[in-house]
Design a protein around this ligand. Structure first.
Ligand SMILES: Nc1ncnc2c1ncn2[C@@H]1O[C@H](COP(=O)(O)OP(=O)(O)OP(=O)(O)O)[C@@H](O)[C@H]1O
Length: 358
């Protein structure tokens, strides 16, 4: 039986037999990470979190997504975010899935799980790191303060892209790999220094493609970011995330949304790729800050995004390659800034003077 599942503000195409999932055995537990890498989670009482959020008050509401609401709370002197699910069964499955994934892995590049509450007869709650600057989507697209454009330099934008690429690469390099399935700017959260962290692991899957559970999990994601090749469960691969990352990179480059009817074409890939193919790569860069001055950075950055969104998934790069390219671009932009300051590249100073620079 086919059906259509929706996320807030976006639709998700799904087509798979529902009878399969009912008959499958639970998957074997994922391999445990070494004890020192495992997050130490705190168990909270529901009533303590309720009190810390002011009774889930509107004043503390950070935002709402398709799976529930997120509230700011103070636990002692630390600010945290408390995720409260909405009531549907599908949503609470996502909620448990996020717990499953984040309780076994942690990284400075993720919005990490700090704790949870699981009192009987109450909503389960997740406590995650509080991210002062909200989502990357808001940072890029919001018209209200602190905009206009807090990320107004290419070095900052490329650094953000690299941080997200590292987060996705870390997921893909697990055994078995974890596929996030919902990479998008709304799921990238920004800390107080505007460093990017990947969040919202509700759709993530530990992926042995032969695994029955994976085969019976319907395709899901967010329209505008969804790999066109991921039409049936068995088409899931790490390259699904690479496509979504490519859309996000085009969004960071251009400052426009993945789907935006104010542009023609409205879909970012149909808008950007023809410009790149016609040799007009400068046209895809955010007019608010203009293209990168360095022609090589300008060309390469656009090409990295173009490679990620290739229709043929076999031709898309892996995230390790993407991390390598973006690391190179970060360094190019940094040395360019030294040039602009008129004091030369610090690496050249090491070679010239013959002693390390502090
Ligand atoms: N850890 C956090 N710290 C600060 N703000 C957060 C945090 N997590 C979420 N938010 C805010 O809450 C909003 C809703 O987050 P949520 O993850 O529920 O939904 P979403 O990712 O925006 O949408 P969807 O779940 O439909 O994909 C975010 O856009 C962000 O502004």
């Amino acid at each position: 039986m086919g059906y259509l599942s929706c996320k807030a503000g976006s639709a998700v195409a799904v087509a798979v037999s529902s009878s399969k999932s009912a008959s499958t055995k639970p998957p074997p537990p994922p391999p445990e990470s070494p004890p020192e890498d495992r997050p130490k989670l705190r168990r909270f009482l529901h009533r303590d979190l309720e009190a810390a959020t002011g009774g889930f008050s509107a004043d503390n509401l950070l935002g709402r997504g398709s799976h529930g609401s997120v509230y700011k709370a103070a636990i002692g002197s630390r600010l945290v975010a408390v995720k409260r699910p909405s009531k549907s069964r599908e949503i609470s499955r996502e909620f448990h899935n996020e717990f499953e994934i984040l309780s076994k892995i942690r990284s400075p590049r993720f919005v990490n799980l700090l704790g949870y509450s699981a009192d009987n007869a109450k909503d389960p709650l997740l406590v995650v790191e509080f991210m002062l600057n909200g989502s990357l989507y808001d940072v890029i697209h919001s018209d209200s303060p602190p905009n206009p454009i807090p990320i107004s330099s290419w070095s900052k934008r490329i650094k953000i892209a690299l941080q997200i690429a590292k987060a996705v690469h870390l997921l893909h390099s697990q055994t078995p790999p974890i596929i996030h399935r919902d990479i998008k700017s709304a799921n990238v959260l920004m800390d107080k220094n505007l460093n990017a962290k990947l969040g919202d692991f509700g759709l993530a899957i530990r992926c042995n493609v032969e695994d029955q559970r994976v085969k019976s999990t319907p395709p899901a994601g967010t329209m505008g970011y969804l790999d066109p090749d991921y039409v049936t469960a068995d088409r899931l691969s790490t390259k699904t995330d690479v496509f979504s990352f490519g859309i996000l990179l085009l969004e960071i480059i251009s400052g426009r949304k993945a789907i935006d009817v104010r542009y023609s074409p409205s879909f970012i890939v149909d808008w950007a790729i023809p410009m790149i193919k016609r040799g007009k790569i400068g046209g895809i860069y955010d007019p608010m800050i203009g293209p990168p001055v360095d022609v090589s950075v300008r060309n390469h950055l656009g090409l990295v995004a173009a490679k990620c969104v290739r229709t043929c998934r076999e031709k898309r790069p892996g995230m390790e390659e993407v991390v390598g390219w973006l690391t190179g671009l970060t360094q190019s932009v940094r040395s360019r800034r030294w040039d602009e300051l008129g004091i030369g590249n610090p690496c050249m100073m090491v070679e010239t003077v013959g002693r390390p620079v502090e």
